[in-house]
Structure formats: structure tokens, C-alpha cells
Design a protein around this ligand. Structure first.
Ligand code: SAM
Length: 313
């Protein structure tokens, strides 16, 4: 816990027993990335597309059996992804923090202000718009003499179905960014109910937007989902895929964009044990040397993440 951190800040209360696992993967990767690229001719950028406030507060339930101190729910505040990235040593050359919520954006500005000598940019607004702009503006593969190319890591950590597939494709096209994507499995379930009578046009559009494909209708449902007026046929269909198959489908989709590599994810869970999200790692660079370096590091981290025990639920 960061002593005193929670008192000063507008609290960003989110996450559950598996959140530390996610943030630990990010921290370990950024640390290894920064060391690995230290002596190479690249600018290193970290893009935190859903940056939050810089810290995370969790309310842990009262544990009366452990004595009076724990008889009340405990608020525990720890660094979030933005602060984790800032604390990496050797420091990343530049950090971009993107956040839509006005209060959390103000906290990020305050956080960046604590480091006047660092190159930290805070952007307010929709992550899709900012990430797509950055991916197309930055000269990733600088060819002018005396200029350095840029390599980096992007973290997509939405609450739910906020990441548009177009954003994923734009990241992949840089061929310079490694991507950690906390993919919302529970958002997928919610939008793809077992009973297709509940699969309204809005849910279908959400799934199309996040997955960048329409073939999930045939792949996940017993019968093709037909337009709304053919309700009889819709009612006969039933979702036959389970969470493993949905996760495998997402990996397949990511592999269509990221030509470097997409690793098997680790799955994170809600308090009640239900699947929450899959943490994917994908490499956009196609150079064999870059792919090997990134996947060696990330595989090791994901494998130890599989063994790392979550806080008790
Ligand atoms: C799960 S939290 C991120 C937590 C953060 N990565 C951390 O470790 O502390 C998701 C954040 O994304 C923000 N958000 C949601 N939709 C967004 C969007 N379309 N663009 C930018 N930020 C968004 C929310 O306000 C929230 O702060």
C-alpha cells in the first residue's frame, strides 16, 4: 500500500482480487522492456489508453475474525498503471496518459506535474481517437540520418467494450508497439446472451465493433442470426460456445491484425469466480529479433502470472 496516497487523491475505486495480477504483468514487462531497449537506438514510449487516475483504491471486506483493526471494511490504495509506468527505471523516454473522465484526468495532470523533468503528456477524451491519432502521427520507423525510430508499449485497460477494433488494427499497423490488452470477456457474454432473442441490434453492433468481424454469429450460435424481422429463426438459435471458445476466437481475431505474435492470455476473474477478462499480449513488430525478445519476456511473465495467486476472494 502507498501510505497516504489515498488521502490526497480523488479515489478511483475499481478492480478485484485479480487486478494486482494484471498490473504486475504490466510492471514486469515495462521494466524488462526499458532495460532491453536501454542501449538501442530507439525512443521508448508508453501509451496508457485507459489511464485512470494513477492510483487505485480497493475496498476490502471486514474480517472480524482478525481482530478489531479489520472489523471495518479496509480501503487500500496502490499505484495504478500510470504511476507504475512513471516509476520504471531506467525511465521510459515518454509517457502518454489518456483518460476520458474529467476528475481522473485532473488527477493525472497533477501526477504528471510531480515530474516536471519527464516527458509525460496527458490527453483528455476518447482513447480510440487519441490512440489512432498517435499511431498514425509518430514516426515509428524514422529513416532520416541522425533521427531515432520509436518503439513502445500500449496498454488497453478498458472497463468493458470501449476499444474499437479499428484501434487494435491501427496499433498493429505501427509494427513498433507491443500491446497488452485486458480483453473484456464478461462484456462479451453480456452482449452475446445464450438466448438470441435477447441479442438486440445494439448488442450485435457492440460485438461487431469490438471484434471487427461479423462471423461470430455463425461461429457462436447454432443457427445463423438473421435480421430482426425473422424472429422465428432467431428463436431457434442458441449460443453454443463457452468462454474457452470465445477466448480462442478473440485470439484468432488478434492474430489477423498482429503479424508478430499473439500469446495465450491469462484469464482474470470476478470476486465470485466468474471470468472477467483475458489479458492478451500481442506484438506488432514482425522482425524475428524483436518478436523473440518481446515474446520471451512476455511468455515468462504470463507463465508466472498463471502461478501467481490472487488475493483471496
Ligand atoms: C479499468 S479503469 C483503468 C485503470 C488504470 N489502467 C489503472 O491501472 O489504474 C478504465 C478507465 O478508462 C476510462 N475510460 C472509459 N472509457 C474511456 C474512453 N473511451 N476513453 C478514455 N478513457 C476511458 C475510465 O474513466 C477509467 O478511468
Amino acid at each position: 500500500m502507498c501510505a497516504g496516497l489515498g488521502d490526497k487523491l480523488a479515489k478511483h475505486i475499481y478492480g478485484g482480487p485479480d487486478t494486482p495480477k494484471k498490473l504486475r504483468c504490466l510492471q514486469e514487462y515495462l521494466q524488462a522492456f526499458s532495460i532491453a531497449l536501454r542501449n538501442q537506438q530507439f525512443e521508448c514510449v508508453y501509451i496508457d489508453a485507459f489511464a485512470g487516475s494513477g492510483s487505485r483504491t480497493e475496498v476490502r471486506p471486514a474480517l472480524p475474525l482478525l481482530g478489531e483493526e479489520f472489523a471495518e471494511p479496509q480501503e487500500v490504495t496502490t499505484p495504478g498503471s500510470a504511476r507504475i509506468a512513471i516509476d520504471i527505471h531506467p525511465p521510459l523516454h515518454s509517457i502518454v496518459l489518456i483518460e476520458e473522465d474529467a476528475t481522473r484526468f485532473a488527477e493525472l495532470e497533477r501526477l504528471a506535474g510531480e515530474y516536471p523533468d519527464r516527458h509525460i503528456t496527458v490527453e483528455k477524451g476518447d482513447a480510440n481517437k487519441h490512440v489512432q491519432r498517435l499511431c498514425t502521427q509518430i514516426a515509428w520507423r524514422q529513416r532520416k540520418p541522425g533521427m531515432r525510430g520509436t518503439r513502445g508499449v500500449v496498454f488497453l485497460d478498458p472497463y468493458g467494450m470501449e476499444v474499437a477494433w479499428q484501434t487494435v488494427e491501427t496499433i498493429a499497423r505501427t509494427k513498433a508497439l507491443d500491446c497488452w490488452y485486458f480483453f473484456p470477456l464478461s462484456g462479451l457474454y453480456r452482449n452475446a446472451p445464450h438466448n438470441p432473442a435477447k441479442l438486440d441490434a445494439g448488442k450485435q453492433a457492440n460485438l461487431d465493433r469490438v471484434l471487427g468481424a461479423t462471423d461470430w454469429r455463425e461461429r457462436w450460435y447454432e443457427h445463423q442470426i438473421l435480421p430482426k424481422d425473422l424472429l422465428e429463426t432467431q428463436a431457434q438459435a442458441v449460443r453454443r460456445t463457452d468462454v474457452d471458445a470465445i477466448e480462442a476466437y478473440v485470439k484468432e481475431r488478434l492474430e489477423t491484425a498482429f503479424k508478430g505474435a499473439v500469446l495465450d492470455p491469462i484469464r482474470l476473474h470476478h470476486k465470485n469466480g466468474a471470468p472477467l477478462a483475458s489479458l492478451f499480449f500481442a506484438v506488432s513488430n514482425t522482425s524475428p529479433k524483436a518478436v523473440k525478445l518481446a515474446t520471451d519476456i512476455a511468455s515468462h511473465i504470463l507463465n508466472s502470472g498463471r502461478l501467481f495467486h490472487s488475493r483471496p476472494r
